[in-house]
Every structure is written in C-alpha cells, then in structure tokens.
Design a protein around this ligand. Sequence first.
Ligand SMILES: Nc1ncnc2c1ncn2[C@@H]1O[C@H](COP(=O)(O)OP(=O)(O)OP(=O)(O)O)[C@@H](O)[C@H]1O
Ligand SMILES: [Mg+2]
Length: 257
Amino acid sequence: MTEPILDITGLNKSFGPVHVLHDVDFAVRAGEVTALVGDNGAGKSTLVKCVAGIYGTDSGRVRFRGEEVHIRGPKDAADLGIEVVYQDLALADNLDIVQNMFLGRERGSAWLLDEANMEQAARETLASLSVRTVKSVRTPVSALSGGQRQTVAIAKSVLWDSKVVLLDEPTAALGVAQTRQVLDLVRRLAEQGLGVVLISHNMADVFEVADRIAVLYLGRMAAEVHTKDVTHGQVVELITAGRSGDIGLARPENAVL
Ligand SMILES: Nc1ncnc2c1ncn2[C@@H]1O[C@H](COP(=O)(O)OP(=O)(O)OP(=O)(O)O)[C@@H](O)[C@H]1O
Ligand SMILES: [Mg+2]
C-alpha cells in the first residue's frame, strides 16, 4: 500500500457554535482518484476549503509527503502543490483562456507580459490533458460551454506543478458528453501521478473513476473504502445512514448531535 501524499488526521472545524467537521481523517494518494461523497451539508466543501487554507481549523494534523505541515492560508497550500477547483467556478468571464489560467501569476515583467510564453504553456497544458474541444486559447471564457469552462479550470489547477488537485463537483452542471470529457480528464490527472480528490453526488461517476471512496456523514468520516470492495447500494447507505452492515460509524445515531 502506498503512503498517502496528503494525510489529514483528527481535523475539527466549527463555524461559531456549529461544529461542522468532527475528528476527520482523510488521506489522498498519488496516482489515485479518491471520491469524497456525502449528503448535502455533510461537510465536503468545508473539508476541501480547510485543506486549501481558505478556512482555518480548530485542531488536526496535516502531513504532506510524510512531513507535518501547517497550512495557514491559500498560498501555503499552493506552495505545497495543492490546488482546488471550487464548486462555484472562479473563472473571469471577460478574460480569455490564457488570461484565466495565469490570473494573478502572470509571466513577464510588470511592463510587458510574456504573452507568447503564457499562450504556449496554456496550449501545452491543454494538449497534455488531451483537451481537444477548445479551438483557441484566446477564446473568452464567456464563450465557452460549461464543460469547456470546467476543463479550463482543471487545466489551470495543473499548470503549477500541482501534486494534489481537489475537484468540488466538477460535473454537477454538465451534460452527458461534457461529463464524459471531465471524467476522462480526472482519470488522466491520476495517471500523471497526481493525487486527485473528486467530490460528486453521482454514484455512476464515482464508481467509474474512483480508486477509493471516502464517505462523510454529518461531518464525520463514516468510511474510507476501496471502490472494488463495495456496491453502489452500500455507499448510498453509508451516505444516508452513516453505516452499512459492518462498515461505517459504530453509532451513527450519535452523530446527529
Ligand atoms: N461559512 C460558513 N458559515 C457557517 N456555516 C457554514 C459555512 N460553510 C458551511 N457551513 C455549514 O457547514 C455544513 C457543511 O457545509 P458544506 O458546504 O461543507 O457541505 P457539503 O458537503 O459541501 O454540501 P453540498 O453537497 O450541498 O455541497 C453545513 O451545515 C453548512 O451550513
Ligand atoms: Mg459542497
């Protein structure tokens, strides 16, 4: 069994009096897709934002490549190579693909951006991910379809020598063909050696691309299992009840408090 590239233990997070994450353990492995599933409000996005340094945590340890790290802000996470594609996509509509991919990290001097260099890098990144549906990297994002936008957002996250990419519901708003495209891309990221986390409510997608499935139930990690060891039905039961047979929380009923 490979050591996790990112290993979180005992993470707690409250918003004021609301305790959202309870002693959460979560591991991400390089070269694998880990699906993070759970009902609405289970705490998936919150967990991702804690890992990305958007939210501070109340307690917990984070190890990255075997060493303890302290992620105090988004820059700390980015410096480690942890990138997030958020549920509410953060792309600027009025900018083109290259401008979006390099937003805030432009190449060149303050006077003269190295447009040719950035354009080339954007093109190479899309090509390395076998993205073929985007005709020109100078297309404004407002002119792209939902799937193409998602693709650009994902490509942006791997442009920075990323090691771990967390995708918060990348296929939620997509049609069949576009979902296909994004799922292929998710698989390819893992094949390139990245640790990939996929948040999704779609069990078919999860079973298709994930090597492991982690189930959050009311802010508690109910189970972390190999996809091949469980059925759709078991995962649905873990999501809705926190337990399925002998997998899951010992006392899910206590989780409600
Ligand atoms: N900024 C915040 N302030 C207060 N409470 C919050 C905040 N963000 C999230 N919460 C609460 O934390 C809980 C978990 O929310 P979170 O967004 O992590 O769920 P989720 O698993 O991503 O759900 P979904 O599947 O709907 O995206 C919810 O009860 C939510 O109301
Ligand atoms: Mg969410």
